[in-house]
Design a protein around this ligand. Structure first.
Ligand code: SF4
Ligand code: SF4
Length: 431
């Protein structure tokens, strides 16, 4: 009983934000989950009411509220369209942490987050071994999306096409990439993020190639850790904070002028969630995180606003049609919409054709995709149809997680659409 009181007191730290919701219900019209389920408990308003009820001791089912809270993509569509400016995803992230603290993290999540994700060298080794062994359990399913399906059945991965781990992670390519470079410009640190390092090293390679071409001194610390979002989204603040501190040690803010990422989720996490989640930590940590957040930019923002995009010479071939998907963490969280399109416009050999609702969530949502795959697929199918309706040759997006889910969606059927990051299109034109 006293523990429930304690939980309710902790939720009171969110009271001011919770009561700012005026229950207008406008979030219903933009929530991709509600669009599929039509259940009030799946939309922001319903979840906020559940949290308020738990805070006010109206009912005592933290497990039930937690399940509802986790049935959410954290896409931020509700927050971006809320007339009262309710910081919905911030509330959900903090509430997940509070309720998980009360319910305790499951044994399996403790192993995954605290023994693997929080130990970057161990995590790297596990993925490295997985990459070596994956040929025994995967069958290629689609050349264009470079996906594969599992030969054996697994309750979590069944029916999906996955993008396999790269044979050589990005960090193993760094020495070769930097070997002949003698840039003299400002210092740019590159935060690769797990998905670029382990699944899409080609995106990291393209980013570094472009930065060096623009004469920036590129700093890439080895053994970088995860930005922490998977742990934080699961309510594990301990792992999240340990990863923040680990990465801060690798990226001392005084050693670089800018920090660049090519992952929308990493950018949004470093710029918004790191500062929000270290508020009650030490003033020194808060200061460091705030300085790092100020220096952090998505690669397209960096090229548009700092480096200056070079308009590449026209290709003699007919331009290929490319359409762009706005990742929620870039468009809705940070308002970055124009810059990735500027990068595409500057790339030779492509012409941009917008799809319907380019900022509609693709349905990935991190662990949402694992636990609610049917819903995730239904949301992703709408994105797939919008992409295919453009008749495009290539779909570009600035988030490796979106790249993975869109690959899965497109591989169902006979799609011949390539999936790229905008920086890859730009890098192709650099000799
Ligand atoms: S979260 Fe915003 S849009 Fe949704 S009901 Fe509350 S005030 Fe309205
Ligand atoms: S974050 Fe996205 S999925 Fe979650 S409630 Fe808001 S709109 Fe719906």
């Amino acid at each position: 009983m006293s523990e429930m009181k304690d939980l309710s007191n902790q939720l009171r730290t969110l009271e001011e934000q919770l009561v700012s919701c005026m229950k207008c219900g406008m979030c219903q019209s933009v929530c991709p989950v509600f669009e599929q389920t039509h259940k009030e408990a799946d939309v922001a308003r319903g979840k906020l009411v559940l949290l308020e009820s738990l805070m006010n001791d109206i009912f005592d089912n933290p497990d039930g509220v937690n399940k509802r809270l986790n049935k959410c993509l954290l896409c931020g569509s509700c927050a971006a369209n809320c007339p009262s400016g309710v910081k919905v995803t911030d509330i959900f992230i903090k509430a997940r942490a509070i309720i998980t603290g009360y319910l305790k993290l499951s044994f399996i999540k403790k192993i995954i987050f605290r023994k693997m994700l929080a130990q970057p060298k161990v995590f790297d080794w596990i993925i490295h071994m997985g990459a070596k062994l994956q040929k025994f359990v995967l069958t290629p399913s689609n050349d264009h999306t470079q996906t594969a399906s599992l030969k054996i059945l697994s309750p979590l991965l069944n029916h999906r096409s996955i993008v396999p781990a790269a044979d050589i992670p990005f960090q193993k390519s760094i020495d070769q990439l930097m070997a002949k470079a003698k840039p003299t410009g400002p210092r740019v640190a590159f935060f690769s993020g797990c998905l670029i390092d382990k699944i899409f090293p080609r995106v990291g390679i393209a980013t570094v190639k472009v930065l060096l071409h623009h004469n920036f001194q590129v700093i890439i610390p080895r053994n970088q850790g995860c930005c922490g979002i998977p742990a934080l989204a699961a309510g594990d603040t301990l792992t999240f904070l340990s990863l923040v501190k680990y990465n801060l040690d690798l990226f001392p803010v005084e050693k670089f002028d800018y920090l660049v990422t090519a992952c929308a989720t990493c950018t949004s996490t470093l710029k918004k969630l790191w500062p929000s989640m270290v508020q009650n930590q030490t003033p020194g940590l808060e200061k460091q995180v705030s300085l790092l957040a100020e220096k952090t930019l998505d690669i397209s923002q960096f090229l548009s606003s700092v480096a200056g995009l070079e308009l590449q010479s026209e290709s003699s071939e007919t331009p290929k049609i490319v359409t762009y998907h706005d990742p929620c963490h870039l468009a809705k969280s940070l308002g970055v919409r124009k810059e990735p399109r500027d990068v595409i416009h500057a790339s030779s050999g492509y012409t941009l054709k917008e799809m319907a609702d380019p900022d509609r969530c693709c349905g990935m949502g991190g662990s949402f995709n694992l636990y609610h795959y049917d819903l995730s697929s239904k949301i992703g199918k709408i994105k797939k149809e919008n992409i295919e309706a453009t008749g495009c040759h290539t779909i570009a997006t600035s988030c490796p997680a979106c790249m993975m889910h869109i690959s899965d969606m497109l591989s169902k059927g006979s799609s011949h659409i390539d999936i790229k990051h905008p920086i890859e299109l730009y890098a192709q034109g650099i000799k």
